[in-house]
Design a protein around this ligand. Structure first.
Ligand code: SF4
Length: 234
């Protein structure tokens, strides 16, 4: 598997203390991406590991998985390496290790992968496909189709919505969209725009003043709560 970086992180990418693997490569081109070096398939900084090597590393790290922790795969987009990822997830389940993935939810393999995942985190960036395409490079049909199947299945899902001024800072369309489904096993989190990755962009960085106000975040939280959509924070 091609991995850009790895390290421990407490409760940000799933429960407890977790070993987080950032897989190389992404099929989206979010203009605010904080890990732009993870987008390409051919980053010389990424290293290849076999599934066995990663299983051994996880075994050696088990003492660190306190407070319900385990292993999280994120990116880039971890589902692009779905074959190896699924094999590894199966092994980790046999080992009794708690697993999580964080995904942009566009993969045609997502539901199959998710069967082997304990804690599923998906992004959701915009409900309108044309606007999604404008800022991300592709429409949102695959994301919506996957999320709708996940809601229907009733499995746990943690939906993260990055909030960017003048891109997706109107809560109404999001609340209307999610209100159309049974989301009783879903939680929603809002991630206000930041610029931690801006200096890593080699192409022109096109987001100008994407910071949302506390008032905007509160409006999202209030409207979602009013619609019975569970809001969380990490
Ligand atoms: S989906 Fe994530 S990793 Fe991929 S471009 Fe968007 S923010 Fe970056």
């Amino acid at each position: 598997m091609k991995i850009l970086q790895k390290g421990f992180n407490y409760s940000q990418d799933g429960p407890g203390n977790r070993l987080v693997y950032h897989l190389q490569g992404c099929n989206f081109r979010c203009k605010w991406c904080s890990n732009p070096e993870s987008m390409t398939d051919s980053n010389p900084e990424a290293k290849n590991y076999t599934v066995d090597e990663l299983c051994d590393e996880v075994k050696r790290s088990r003492m660190m998985f306190f407070d319900g922790g385990g292993v999280t795969f994120t990116g880039g987009e971890c589902t692009l390496q779905h074959k190896e990822l699924t094999e590894l997830l199966k092994h980790l389940r046999e080992m009794g290790v708690n697993t999580a993935i964080e995904t942009n939810a566009s993969s045609p393999h997502l539901l199959e992968i998710a069967e082997h995942v304990d804690y599923l985190i998906t992004d959701f960036k915009h409900y309108d496909s044309d606007i999604h395409k404008k800022w991300i490079g592709v429409g949102n049909e695959a994301v919506k189709a996957n999320l709708e199947k996940i809601f229907l299945s009733g499995r746990q899902v943690h939906v993260r919505i990055p909030l960017i001024k003048n891109v997706n800072d109107n809560p109404q369309g999001f609340a209307d969209y999610f209100s159309g489904f049974d989301t009783s096993n879903a939680v929603f989190e809002f991630l206000p725009y930041h610029e931690f990755g801006k200096d890593k962009w080699t192409e022109k960085y096109e987001i100008k003043d994407g910071f949302v106000s506390d008032k905007t975040v509160a409006e999202f939280k209030d409207l979602f709560a009013a619609r019975g959509l569970k809001v969380t924070a990490t």
